[in-house]
Write a protein that binds this ligand. Structure first.
Ligand code: ADP
Ligand code: ZN
Length: 528
């Protein structure tokens, strides 16, 4: 057996000679030595942490070809090109190749001429590829984006389930699975499904101290976004995430009209345009990519200075991954999210209408609830974010709640007024309405819809004039986040929950967060 010292020297040599870096980062050295020595590893490391080297260096140190399983077919060419530019012998096999190219890649694999071979997960399911691998010399298996095996995660790919076969078919080949998504539940599920319970687990800190987390109430999203870009990120590269293709197009246009170089990216664009926009984003300075979450996985651009969300992410994992694309170079960066009541209504609607059984919908709802709790917290965002990943920490000093601690206020009476409006509509009239109608009633507004339904006759009509409309919307949002109110159905109508009763019967107090944005907006209006 080779003494560990030799592996260490060899790995460091490759790091310097091939990759041109001086020293390993974080756990890289240990991981690389472990895998180079033939051990299995499960690596949880945040985006930008340097996962690639963890399998690329063992690939060069060990005899044979490292087989890298990656779902990112669109990026394989780029990854292979980057490795070749460094002098490594790399290639890939996926459905985009023509017959002759495929044959040539197979031949060089069999001849032992490849250090790394990238494979799409679905390829491994085919007998042809399995026989090919049987005939070659495999140095190791690297399973990238390993969280795709998690059925409860947000990126589930059925093809990943078959990867447990690697261990059964090639029991002596070391495996390294890598992911940037790691709640303890996902972690356990990856280990179980990929049969990596016996592997060494490397769990890096998930903190990204250079990212400043900010979550603001969504009032006028376009104006708010433009303000952020102009005042803090003029000329910077960044990503703006939107939920739908239509809003991607509209926001990109809007930014261009306002003098910002922005490009759209979503799955509805043809492959050529997508590839062109992506490569401009990677190569040019100061471009803003307006995209759905189809964009970003595996994108390695170090100087993304901001990630802005104009719609609520579906889960904390998604939020963490998407914001994690900012500031890979370690320099100060912004993660900014604008979120409003409409987001909650829309997401609940999506969940209610989603395919799958009750357990699946419950799981989606739990993901959303955790995301809402992060939005409405009065504590440090980072503490809450890291706690979600099972990591303890103290107030960070670099998030909105640390920088401008939100005041909280006793919202018990406001909550009672709102809940009793919902209750009355339902009980006295057998009706269900959305937030707007309830708020109009509380404010005593005689809108057409109010008079038409004779809601001005209700005893709650006009009892909530002490708050403004946007303050009432904030109340609704926070009650939803706290589970004291629910939205249902296609129209996002409000309904009481079990927990609402305790508030109505005065057995429970409600603490609410005051809107910091109102202060900021007022200041901005004055200085204009
Ligand atoms: P991940 O896959 O974890 O998101 P990458 O492997 O893409 O991260 O690495 C992120 C960036 O950090 C890349 O630009 C990479 O070249 C760089 N990097 C990785 N390891 C080191 C190191 N030891 N020293 C300097 N830079 C590194
Ligand atoms: Zn903080």
């Amino acid at each position: 057996m080779a003494p560990a010292l030799d592996l260490e020297t060899e790995a460091l040599g490759v790091l310097r000679r091939v990759f041109g870096y001086d020293a390993f980062r974080g756990d890289q050295r240990e991981i690389i030595e472990h895998v180079s020595g033939g051990g299995d590893a499960l690596v949880l490391m945040p985006t930008g942490g340097g996962k690639s080297l963890c399998y690329q260096i063992p690939a060069l140190v060990r005899a044979g070809t490292a087989v890298v399983i990656s779902p990112l077919i669109a990026l394989m060419q780029d990854q292979v090109d980057a490795l070749r530019a460094l002098g490594a012998r790399a290639d890939f096999l996926n459905s985009t190749l023509d017959f002759d190219t495929r044959r040539a890649v197979e031949a060089s694999f069999l001849a032992g001429d490849l250090d790394l071979l990238y494979l799409a997960p679905e390829a491994l399911g085919t007998p042809g590829v399995q026989r090919l691998l049987d005939r070659g010399n495999i140095a190791l298996f690297a399973i990238d984006e390993a969280h795709c095996v998690s059925q409860w995660g947000h990126d589930f790919r059925p093809d990943y389930l078959a990867l447990s076969m690697l261990h059964e078919r090639w029991p002596n080949v070391p495996r390294i699975a890598l992911t940037a998504t790691a709640t303890s539940a996902t972690h356990a599920e990856i280990a179980k499904r990929l049969q990596l319970e016996g592997a060494r687990h490397f769990v890096a800190s998930f903190d990204r101290p250079n990212i400043q987390y900010r979550i603001v109430p969504k009032n006028e999203p376009r104006r708010q976004l433009l303000h952020l870009l102009r005042t803090e990120h003029a000329g910077d590269a960044g990503i703006v995430y939107c939920l739908s293709r239509a809003s991607v197009e509209k926001i990109a246009e809007f930014l261009v009209e306002n003098g910002i170089t922005a490009l759209p990216y979503h799955a509805g664009l043809d492959a050529r345009t997508r590839a062109a926009n992506q490569s401009r984003f990677l190569r040019e300075d100061g471009l803003v990519m307006v995209a759905t979450i189809a964009f970003g996985m595996g994108i390695d651009k170090p100087d993304v200075r901001f990630v802005a969300h104009l719609d609520l992410p579906k889960s904390v994992e998604g939020y963490y991954q998407e914001t994690g694309r900012a500031g890979r170079d370690g320099l100060p960066s912004t993660a900014w999210l604008a979120y409003g009541l409409q987001d909650v209504v829309q997401q609940r609607k999506l969940i209610d209408g989603s395919e799958g059984d009750l357990a699946h919908r419950r799981n989606l709802a739990a993901h959303l609830d955790a995301m809402l709790a992060l939005c409405e917290t009065v504590e440090c965002r980072r503490v809450q974010l890291l706690a979600y990943f099972g990591q303890q920490s103290g107030p960070c000093g670099n998030c909105d709640t640390c920088l401008a601690p939100p005041e909280s206020w006793d919202g018990t009476i406001a909550a009672q007024k709102l809940l009793s409006t919902v209750l009355r509509l339902h009980r006295e009239r057998g009706q269900r309405f959305g937030a707007t109608q309830s708020i109009d009633i509380l404010l005593g507004k005689k809108t057409d819809k109010v008079t038409q339904h004779r809601h001005d006759q209700l005893s709650v009509f006009g009892i909530g004039t002490e708050l403004s409309e946007s303050e009432w919307r904030a109340v609704v949002r926070q009650l939803l986040a706290q589970g004291l109110l629910a939205v249902e159905g296609d129209y996002g109508t409000l309904a009481l929950t079990e927990a609402s009763k305790a508030v109505l019967s005065k057995q429970r107090e409600v603490k609410l967060r005051r809107e910091p944005e109102r202060v900021a907006t007022a200041k901005a209006a004055r200085s204009r």
